[in-house]
Design a protein around this ligand. Structure first.
Ligand code: PMP
Length: 352
């Protein structure tokens, strides 16, 4: 360990992202990317931006993109915040919106970046256990807190919390910020963005990495009350005034403008998910109800770590978590029909 490291850095426990393998021929179902490419209009917009203008800084406020998002969700541009992927948006949220005197609350099984950001920014936290069906029970959050955050649908379970339950949570916690991380909401969820004008303590984050198939472009956003957004802008401008480059800005605008492509590809993912769920159930898997572009499944007679390793040997990679209570599950991203078939064939050989 370097003598130049501060004790603070020595104590950090960073997030470990899913593997990005070098071999292209693998069936890659481990990091919840979209199996369909981005809209052709996005690629066109990015190509058109590839000129001498790259010598200029991008718009630090991303006004055009904010307006496109505001129009899409029926809010004001001043209610939209942009970042380099929703991970960066979340980093700013953790940095500035949660109170330090009381614990931040999030589910015991959820996005494993949350405790990492708590470590980075010195935020105390308590995890709240999911119920026996792996669902969030909002009554369990009725306790003193400095903020609440959860993914909806939850990750890695895929389970959805209905908007009525989110309203109840917001009403019971008017003194703290409630963040709904909607990375996967477009695959069957209902966005809480419709509630932001009613609840000044609500912030909703989203990403273009999943439903708009732009994980490589790194665009994330938050929508909320203008005061919360202003706080995030201050933090961003104290950190990096240009989180989104020129290509990301134009590509993201084009993505919001191509609604047909977005709807078609989301529907295709949802249809594939339903088919895969029934195929896996036929193989004896228990599959949690998913409103996301992945499923969370376990087999009563087969060890999940061994299944993941055996699938890998056959060229199919899925995600396995060592965390207690979920270490018998596999998280499987929904792929193309061809990829799903490769997965199903490999699993058939392994579990039957
Ligand atoms: N939230 C959740 C729940 C996620 O699973 C992910 C993807 N790993 C993110 C946020 C971050 O996505 P991105 O930074 O690509 O926008």
């Amino acid at each position: 360990m370097s003598k130049f490291w501060s004790p603070f850095v020595k104590d950090l426990v960073p997030y470990v992202p899913g593997e990005q393998p070098k071999l292209a021929r693998l069936v890659k179902l481990n990091t919840n990317e979209n199996p369909y490419g981005p809209s052709p209009k996005v690629l066109e917009a990015i190509r058109a931006e590839l000129d001498d203008s790259l010598r200029l800084y991008p718009d630090p406020n991303g006004e055009r993109l904010k307006q496109a998002i505001a129009d899409y969700y029926g809010v004001q541009a001043g209610q939209v915040f942009l970042g380099n992927g929703s991970d960066e948006v979340l980093a700013h949220v953790f940095h500035g919106l949660f109170q330090h005197g009381r614990p931040l609350l999030f589910p015991d099984i959820s996005y494993s970046f949350y405790p990492v950001y708590c470590g980075l920014y010195g935020i105390p936290f308590e995890t709240v256990a999911l119920d026996a069906q792996f669902r969030i029970n909002v009554a369990d959050y009725d306790r003193p807190n400095g903020g609440i955050i959860f993914p909806n649908p939850n990750a890695p379970t895929g389970c959805l919390l209905p908007l009525a339950a989110i309203r109840r949570l917001l009403e019971a916690n008017t003194e703290s910020v409630v963040v709904v991380d909607e990375a996967y909401v477009d695959f069957g969820g209902e966005s809480a963005i419709s509630l932001v004008d009613q609840y000044p303590n609500l912030l909703v984050t989203q990403t273009l990495s999943k439903s708009r198939s732009l994980a490589g472009l790194r665009v994330g956003l938050a929508v909320g009350n203008a005061e919360l957004i202003e706080a995030l802008e201050r933090i961003k401008n104290s950190f990096n005034s240009y989180p989104l480059d020129r290509l990301a800005l134009v590509g993201a605008v084009a993505a919001f403008e191509d609604q047909d492509y977005f709807e078609q590809t989301c529907q295709a993912v949802i249809a594939s998910r339903e088919q895969l769920v029934s195929e896996l159930q036929d193989l004896g898997f228990e599959v949690l109800p998913s409103a996301a572009n992945f499923i969370f499944a376990r087999h009563p007679r087969h060890d999940a770590a061994q299944l993941a390793a055996a699938l890998r040997e056959q060229g199919v990679i899925v995600r396995h978590f060592k965390q207690e209570r979920i270490n018998q599950f596999l998280r499987i991203t929904i792929g193309t029909a061809e990829q799903n078939m490769a997965l199903q064939e490999a699993l058939t050989g392994l579990v039957q």
